[in-house]
Design a protein around this ligand. Structure first.
Ligand SMILES: C[S@@+](CC[C@H](N)C(=O)[O-])C[C@H]1O[C@@H](n2cnc3c(N)ncnc32)[C@H](O)[C@@H]1O
Length: 271
């Protein structure tokens, strides 16, 4: 009974995340939703700024605090290990829902691209950003990141194994392709309103602040292989081959060796 409940809970959490993910795309891109990020302002500018900044802060706190190992250890004692990631995913969806409901548009246009080719370019970039986000989750392990693998293993009575440290696809070129995808999706718009700018800048600042925390956990957990990866591969932009060659020389001079992929275990679910 309990394993059935857990499986349904995991599927429910995944479904809510999928819904909030699609809503976010529509809310940012001004498709179909009744009140997008660029709707007309309804409260004075100062109040709107305070509310929106608090909402971004709420997302950052929820997303980062719940991802820290100490929080996860405590939380696992309450909800159990298999349900921890699903609960994280559910809380992220609820936080996004609060953001959609309470967000106060600011009005004001920062840029407005009218050239048709420019508009198309922005729309294509927007789509590329979302595709990068989705693809990166599959390169790591989509079902583990969203908690489905955990509840499925529990359902089958099998123990959970952490994801191995791997650098597949875009992870060979940058360490954070998923965040790169988010940044492209947040900034690529033909019409940049003040609201959209606040959201894009706030979320970008949050991701830049979260990367050192995520990497600190990965280094604590994986040690040298992740440190070597961090030295060799760019954070958000690929490094020039020359820099890679220089690194190789440095690594050789210091006697560093990469650990073969699949041996190390990455820390379970951070951001
Ligand atoms: C939402 S993902 C974001 C990954 C990365 N920051 C990015 O932007 O692509 C966060 C999870 O990915 C895991 N992770 C990050 N890099 C990894 C790698 N190279 N191999 C396996 N897991 C990784 C972290 O431990 C964390 O659980």
């Amino acid at each position: 009974m309990k394993r059935w409940f857990l499986l349904l809970y995991g599927v429910f959490c995944y479904a809510t995340f999928l819904a909030s993910f699609l809503y976010l795309a529509a809310w940012l891109g001004n498709f179909v939703v009744p009140r997008s990020i660029d709707a007309a302002p309804t409260v004075p500018l100062g109040i709107a700024l305070v509310i929106d900044t608090l909402l971004i802060g709420l997302f950052a706190v929820q997303h980062s605090v719940m991802a820290r190992p100490t929080f996860k250890r405590t939380w696992k004692r309450i909800v159990g290990e298999p349900g921890e990631r699903s609960t994280y995913v559910l809380c992220t969806s609820v936080t996004l829902l609060i953001l959609f409901l309470l967000w106060q548009p600011l009005g004001g246009v920062i840029w407005n691209i009218q050239n048709p080719a420019g508009v198309v370019a922005m729309r294509v970039l927007f789509a590329i950003g979302w595709l990068m986000v989705v693809a990166s989750t599959f390169f790591l392990n989509h079902f583990d990141l969203f908690g489905l693998r955990q509840v499925w293993l529990r359902f089958r009575g099998r123990p959970y194994t952490h994801l191995p440290f791997r650098t597949p696809g875009p992870y060979r070129f940058v360490r954070h392709p998923l965040y790169v995808g988010w940044m492209i999706a947040f900034w690529a718009t033909p019409v940049m309103t003040a609201s959209h700018l606040l959201f894009a800048a706030g979320m970008t600042a949050y991701m830049l602040a979260a990367i050192p925390l995520e990497e600190r956990n990965l280094m604590e957990h994986l040690g040298h292989p992740y440190r070597e990866y961090r030295d060799r591969v760019g954070k958000l932009l690929p490094r020039w081959p020359r820099a890679t060659g220089a690194h190789r020389q440095l690594a050789q001079s210091r006697g560093w060796r990469s650990q073969p992929a699949g041996r190390s275990r990455a820390e379970p679910g951070n951001e």
